[in-house]
Write a protein that binds this ligand. Sequence first.
Ligand SMILES: [Zn+2]
Length: 188
Amino acid sequence: MSSVNSKSKPGTQAAGTDSTGAGGYGELEAGVALYDRFTERVREIFDAGHEKSKEAMEKAMESAREQLSAAGEFSAEQGEAFKQFMRRDLEQTAQDMRALSQEAKERLHPARLGAGALSSMARLLEVAGSALQSLSRKAENALRYTTGDITSAGTLTCTHCGQTVHLKRTSVIPPCPKCHGSEYRKDY
Ligand SMILES: [Zn+2]
């Protein structure tokens, strides 16, 4: 194990994290690998169940949270934050999968994504089919992503200046490199 508990960069502290209430940013950075494992665990639990509904997804997230908490992997607050991060990523991924061209859908095909949270969620949505798509229909407006949150791979666009930030893997969202803003939209 290398030292995962590295301190975050100075600029990272600036932004408000109104959606999470999660703890320190160093903790969040260390949580990136944990988020990948959390999403994969949710996928496994959801896969194993018969029911493929939004409720089943919530139960799978709660089971995964309990398992990782019991194993001492993360705190209660971190577990709750991860559930929020995953709900948002799932909704965004589901929206994009519906809206995207066939070519873009190919890019999001699980087989092309390798490991990580995005791969887990793409595979999960493939299994869930239309059951989870209804949940995102009412949230058609762009979901907001905030500096300091953890999210799967994708492209963030600063809502203030339009600067894009490409995340090749699961990451802690940085401040905007151009205007130091802290709010983004996301796509793939
Ligand atoms: Zn910006």
